[in-house]
Design a protein around this ligand. Structure first.
Ligand SMILES: Cc1cc2nc3c(=O)[nH]c(=O)nc-3n(C[C@H](O)[C@H](O)[C@H](O)COP(=O)(O)O)c2cc1C
Length: 231
């Protein structure tokens, strides 16, 4: 395939333009569009072509029922729920912990929440279960018998979903928050016993006011993440 500058520019634009959007407007996303996004995302690379992903999409009444149930669980018995896997180790190495702190300072600072204001941070965290007001919610699962390799594959599928959505003018936010409420999700959606909830995702039209003033999330420079040999 020869390189076409317009394609390069369009793909780069989509990749650079994707961000975790946590503010949406109340505007539905059509079934045909959502289906197109999943249809193109399923072409993600996957070890041995096993395609170890499964995604449940909710909107309307189905989303409202799920949000209601997770909301009750989060507000009244959050301590009784935990994810079936650890997203982070107990002791996050300092390099990553410092990036995580930087994210907190940048994000919470941008919405006027002091890093030490636990109540305000908790209120923002609680917005997760409403899918941040997005019209479409996604729940990604993986077969619990699979290993780390397949989780890599799932990540590629999730990234494809985010990019395909972004190319069509929608924004997204991946949400590991939902992994904690797998028991509630299982009660509302027809998950097979082997399906483990990995994360959720909000998808919809970004609130334009927020997307224009949101701060760019700092990304480590190339020299910190890549080493080139023999060039
Ligand atoms: C798998 C995954 C899970 C995430 N879970 C959450 C979450 O539960 N809640 C949330 O607000 N953001 C969540 N995020 C968003 C990250 O905080 C965000 O991607 C990161 O800060 C980088 O910002 P950017 O996506 O705008 O570049 C998640 C991102 C990924 C990839």
């Amino acid at each position: 395939m020869t390189s076409d500058p317009d394609t390069v520019s369009a793909v780069d634009h989509v990749m650079r333009g994707r961000f975790a959007n946590r503010f949406y407007v109340d505007r539905p996303v059509g079934f045909a569009t959502v289906t197109q996004i999943i249809d193109v995302a399923r072409h993600a690379a996957t070890g041995g072509n096993v395609q170890p992903w499964r995604v449940h999409l909710v909107t309307g009444h189905a989303k409202a029922a799920l949000v209601g149930a997770i909301g009750v669980a989060h507000e009244t018995e959050a301590g009784a729920h935990s994810a079936e896997y650890n997203y982070f180790p107990e002791n996050l190495p300092e390099l990553y912990a410092s990036r995580r702190r930087e994210f907190g300072a940048v994000f919470y600072g941008s919405i006027g929440i002091d890093a030490k204001d636990q109540a305000a941070r908790a209120a923002q965290t609680a917005r997760n279960y409403r899918f941040f007001g997005a019209p479409v919610g996604l729940i990604f699962t993986i077969d619990r018998h699979l290993e780390k390799g397949s989780w890599l594959d799932l990540g590629m599928f999730i990234q494809n979903v985010m990019l395909a959505a972004r190319a069509r003018g929608f924004d997204t936010c991946a949400q590991e928050f939902f992994a904690r409420y797998h028991a509630v999700i299982r009660h509302h959606l027809p998950l097979a016993p082997e399906e483990m909830v990995v994360c959720g995702m909000s998808m919809g039209f970004a609130d334009p006011e927020w997307s224009q003033r949101r701060p760019p999330m700092p990304k480590a420079p190339i020299e910190d993440i890549a080493s080139f040999h023999g060039f």
